[in-house]
Design a protein around this ligand. Structure first.
Ligand SMILES: Cc1ncc(COP(=O)(O)O)c(C=O)c1O
Length: 424
């Protein structure tokens, strides 16, 4: 194999890996340069008045601009956080405090509970804080089921679940296991209209959040088109470092609140205190700039490679054994709707093997059976909620192509899977 075969992979000793896992993307070489530059030349405290401190502050400001440009937002609407989990928790915690403050001003009884609407396929960084709120009786939550025929949540289903006490709707922009893109702009358009009526009726305004962790770098993410109040940005999903950002519409305007979870220094307008992680922030800015500049090119390659992957999976694996028994049972999950260009969830139904067992027979292939953070070994609840049967969810493998995935890598991946499944 030539060096090109490993352009999206990496080598450890003599083993070569094909990396088809969107749990984390590798760092773009430019990002590594940016991080290194900041580590070397802008290591000082960004709040210090030394030249090197000013340089660090300057890099942070530039990065904020770059993230804002990528999202069609203003730099003043971006704050840096540690990652997606923190950004999501900050929005959820904000919703609770916001409701409490609204209820206080509206002289509601203290027994009034905030109500939050979400979907049943969100990432754990949304689902688990919400479960915690329920356990602690801090909020009432509705987890609206996505359609089992397509994996998308229907606009009307979200609307139906709204109550007088709803203070937040959070719907992910794209699902991390299926790649299904949700109708966030349509959902939020409806709720903004509803907010106008609620305001006249003296009801709590509904805040709107989307977790765009998986969507950024794969599709256009424009906060104005989406009509969001908050949007979660996660660097390590778009070839950036492991750090995140939160977009807050008109930050500072009392209409869209943001409450800190931590208390300390004055960084990030006191909303996220703590000395800034300049190198990672600088790297995140670089990753955002690459997306702004090259999204179309990235998309083109991802789509082309995923298309090839899915074609080969169906055609090649179709031919390996008796068609009656096996061939028709290579299923590309949730392929009836628009998905992220990089994500392919495939089930090898009627095999005795689980997705994990199939992957363990492909030692060169780095992919996953679902969200990396679950790690339970059980069939994915998210896939089953999206209409995949228990059996098919058991044998599911998530393959995610990248910016530089090549057709050779795809061919090799399918061959590996074919041999793995053939071991049956
Ligand atoms: C959709 C989604 N949201 C949130 C997160 C959490 O991000 P992090 O682990 O960086 O905090 C992830 C990461 O897997 C994700 O895929």
């Amino acid at each position: 194999m030539s060096a090109d075969d490993y352009s999206f992979g990496f080598e450890i000793d003599v083993f070569c890996f094909f990396f088809l896992d969107n749990a984390t993307t590798p760092l773009a070489p430019e990002v590594v340069d940016y991080v290194t530059e900041a580590l070397t030349n802008a290591w000082a405290n960004p709040s210090s008045s030394t030249d090197i401190g000013h340089k660090a502050k300057e890099l942070i400001d530039q990065s904020r601009e770059k993230i804002a440009t990528m999202l069609n937002a203003e730099a003043s609407e971006i704050i840096f956080v540690s990652g997606g989990t923190e950004a999501n928790n900050m929005v959820l915690q904000t919703a609770l405090k916001y409701f409490k403050s609204w209820a206080g001003k509206s002289h509601k009884e203290s027994s009034y509970k905030p109500h939050i609407v979400t979907t049943n396929v969100e990432h754990d960084a949304i689902l688990l804080p919400l479960k915690h709120f329920e356990e602690q009786q801090l909020a009432v939550v509705d987890y609206v089921p996505v359609s089992t025929s397509c994996g998308q949540v229907l606009v009307d289903e979200i609307e139906k679940n709204i109550t007088d006490n709803t203070c937040l709707v959070t719907v992910m922009l794209a699902n991390n296991e299926t790649g299904v893109i949700m109708h966030v702009a349509d959902i939020f358009r409806k709720i903004r209209k509803l907010n106008e009526i609620r305001e006249m009726e003296g009801l709590c305004k509904i805040l709107l959040h989307t977790d765009a962790a998986q969507a950024i770098g794969k599709i256009t993410v424009d906060v104005k088109e989406l009509g969001v109040d908050y949007l979660t940005v996660v660097g390590h999903k778009f070839y950036g470092p492991r750090i995140g950002a939160l977009y807050i519409k008109d930050l500072g305007d009392a209409n869209i609140p943001l409450y800190p979870m931590f208390f300390g220094g004055g960084q990030e307008r006191r909303l996220r205190p703590g000395t800034e992680n300049t190198p990672m922030i600088h790297g995140l800015g670089c990753a955002a700039e690459l997306v702004t500049r090259n999204l179309k090119i990235y998309q083109e390659n991802m789509l082309k490679m995923r298309h090839l992957l899915e074609q080969l999976l169906v055609v090649r694996i179709f031919n390996i054994v008796n068609v009656e028994e096996f061939g028709k049972n290579v299923i590309i999950n949730c392929n009836a709707v628009t998905r992220l260009p990089n994500t392919c969830s495939v089930s090898f139904s009627k095999t005795a093997m689980t997705g994990g067992e199939i992957l363990s027979r492909c030692p060169e292939l780095m992919a996953s059976t679902g969200a990396a953070c679950h790690g339970t070994g059980k069939p994915s609840e998210i896939l089953m909620a999206s209409g995949v049967t228990f059996e098919d969810a058991r044998s599911a493998v998530r393959l995610s192509v990248g910016r530089e995935t090549t057709s050779k890598q795809i061919e090799r991946t399918v061959s590996m899977l074919k041999s793995a499944v053939n071991l049956l």
